[in-house]
Design a protein around this ligand. Structure first.
Ligand code: GRF
Length: 203
């Protein structure tokens, strides 16, 4: 199976997935890492691991539609079974999300449906919630919606700021995202409406 990972920045989730794929010998390969930013830190890691690291620059694109069409063309050159968004900081067009329906995952740093969009850790602090976390979900046309695959919960502690909270959540992201990708690759994930069912490894 072929996995294409999209990033915009440091790519720590991408790295966790690449490492798990190698160490756990998934029946899959990371076919490419694609970034919309040339200076994304994660590109170097991909290159070091002999993974094609491609930049499809979003800066200067004629329109959102034109950009997504080009991005889709570049992704599909790798015949992906799964597209993984890992800190890919773009709003996606409905045509793009429809094309990858039920085969594109995202990780969002909050317990969805709470705190969509940006600055999720600050949103959580401002709301005064006592637990926070991360969500892996299938991507649909609506931002940070779509069937939920996995969630991890962390406590919000007295004295937390955006950074300490983000760090605690990120540790969990690196656990739940590779696990979810593996479950998909192993064909253990089925989507029924809003609900995702995951069958056991030996079922
Ligand atoms: C993560 O917090 C992820 O949940 C969010 O963006 C951040 C990306 O971090 N979508 P990284 O690039 O994977 O290190």
């Amino acid at each position: 199976k072929n996995i294409v990972i999209l990033i915009s920045g440091r790519g720590s989730n991408m790295q966790a997935i690449v490492k798990a794929c190698q160490q756990e010998q998934w029946p899959a390969r990371i076919a490419a890492v694609i970034s919309n930013k040339a200076d994304a830190g994660g590109l170097a890691f991909a290159e070091q691991h002999q993974i094609p690291a491609i930049v499809v620059p979003s800066k200067g694109a004629a329109s959102r539609e034109a950009y997504d069409a080009e991005l889709q063309r570049q992704i599909d050159a790798f015949s992906p079974d799964l597209v993984v968004l890992a800190g890919f900081m773009r709003i996606l067009t409905p045509a793009f999300t429809a094309h990858y329906e039920n085969r594109m995952l995202n990780i969002h740093p909050s317990l969805l449906p709470s705190f969509v969009g940006l600055h999720t850790h600050q949103q959580a602090l401002d709301a005064g919630v006592k637990v926070h976390g991360a969500t892996v979900h299938f991507v649909t046309a609506e931002l940070d919606h779509g069937p939920i695959v996995a969630q991890a919960v962390v406590p919000v502690l007295d004295g937390d700021d955006e950074d300490t909270l983000a760090q605690r959540v990120l540790v969990q992201e690196h656990l739940i995202y590779p696990r979810a990708v593996r479950q998909f690759i192993e064909g253990r994930m089925t989507v029924e409406g809003n609900c995702v069912r995951i069958t056991a490894e030996d079922a």
